[in-house]
Design a protein around this ligand. Structure first.
Ligand code: GCU
Length: 329
């Protein structure tokens, strides 16, 4: 099964040829792949990005967006960007961990004080550094998209305290930080790719997962998981990236257009996000999901041990966490 997937992936990489190709007409088409469905706000933001780039370039550059893991999982998409087979993507910052140890900091539980703090960090110096920290791996971060806060959902019971995670197989993203976080909270972390999660939940390969409301809703995981406990343990943003191969083939003027279009799409996405969160919570409730708001205290009590474990493995993150904590205090 895994082998077949790998072969399909390599085949795809070959047939996709170039992530940014120039047609005879002189029009450049940039392929952009991602893992979400088309009703998700991030997809709409990517389409907006393409529209703005086309307008700015007078129709000379277009972006073709491929949703639903059509071109691969987030991990595979990043690899395709590295070789220039796909031009752009949007992934969770958690998927970038293997390419940038610094970025993994964003997966620490309860890292931010509040929403204003998230904006100050991501739109400030630290955010810029993180976006460019993967450039040595041929991945250039253009902007962050809001991915809200992640909370637990389960098939069997509400997660009122970390003790409720005991014995539960909790799906995590393919990220060491997420594994440490769920283990530190008391659950059994099981990495599964996003596209395979619905079936994994249905078949009982995992009992629970965690995500933001729009993703919980748009993925239809709520059909299987009837308990959504809003503990908001992490606030991991999404990142829009361009292959440095495609980037370096753009003229300085085209690079400015692309950066501007990405920045404008981020503003648009933030607006869509707020509505999407409200809609998601309303719709899953209508579909019979029990939403609860557990006290954050017992979850916060687990944080020190999680940080301790992470700093033991990645000493360099300690200084970065301090800088984040001191941002605009
Ligand atoms: C969020 C994120 C996605 C990611 C998903 C996941 O929805 O926006 O990029 O794939 O989480 O849990 O894997």
């Amino acid at each position: 099964m895994l082998m077949t997937r790998r072969i399909v992936f390599v085949f795809l990489a070959l047939v996709l040829a170039l992530g940014g190709c120039q047609l005879d007409t002189g029009v450049k088409i940039i392929k952009m792949g991602h893992a979400q469905v088309v009703s998700h706000p991030v997809h709409q933001a990517m389409v907006f990005l393409g529209k703005r780039l086309e307008e700015k370039s007078g129709g000379k550059i277009k972006v073709k967006v491929y949703p639903n893991q059509q071109l691969g999982t987030e991990r595979e998409l990043l690899e395709l960007l590295q070789i220039g087979s796909v031009g752009m993507t949007k992934v969770s910052a958690a998927s970038l961990e293997a390419f940038s140890p610094e970025i993994s900091v964003l997966g620490l539980p309860y890292l931010f004080r509040d929403d204003a703090h998230i904006t100050q960090v991501l739109e400030g110096e630290i955010g810029k550094e993180l976006l460019l920290s993967t450039e040595k791996y041929w991945l250039r971060g253009l902007c962050f998209y809001d991915a809200g806060k992640r909370s637990f959902y389960s098939k069997t019971k509400p997660i009122a305290t970390p003790a409720d995670l005991t014995g539960l197989k909790v799906r995590v993203q393919e990220s060491k930080m997420a594994i440490n976080m769920v283990r530190g909270m008391g659950g059994s972390p099981t990495p599964v790719s996003y596209g395979e999660l619905y079936t994994a939940l249905q078949q009982g390969i995992v009992d629970a997962a965690e995500n933001n409301p729009p993703s919980f809703y748009n993925s239809r995981h709520y059909e299987v998981c009837k308990y959504y406990s809003i503990d908001e343990h992490t606030a991991i943003p999404d990142v829009v990236l361009v292959s440095t191969k495609v980037w370096s083939e753009l003229s300085p003027e085209e690079q400015v257009w692309l950066q501007e279009a990405a920045d404008e799409s981020a503003v648009y996405q933030t607006k869509l996000w707020k509505e999407a969160v409200e809609e998601a919570l309303r719709e899953v409730q209508k579909a019979g999901v029990e939403i609860s708001y557990p006290s954050k205290e017992p979850f916060l009590e687990k944080v020190a041990a999680v940080y301790g474990q992470v700093f033991q493995e990645q000493k360099q993150l300690e200084a970065l966490v301090q800088r984040i904590q001191q941002t605009n205090k």
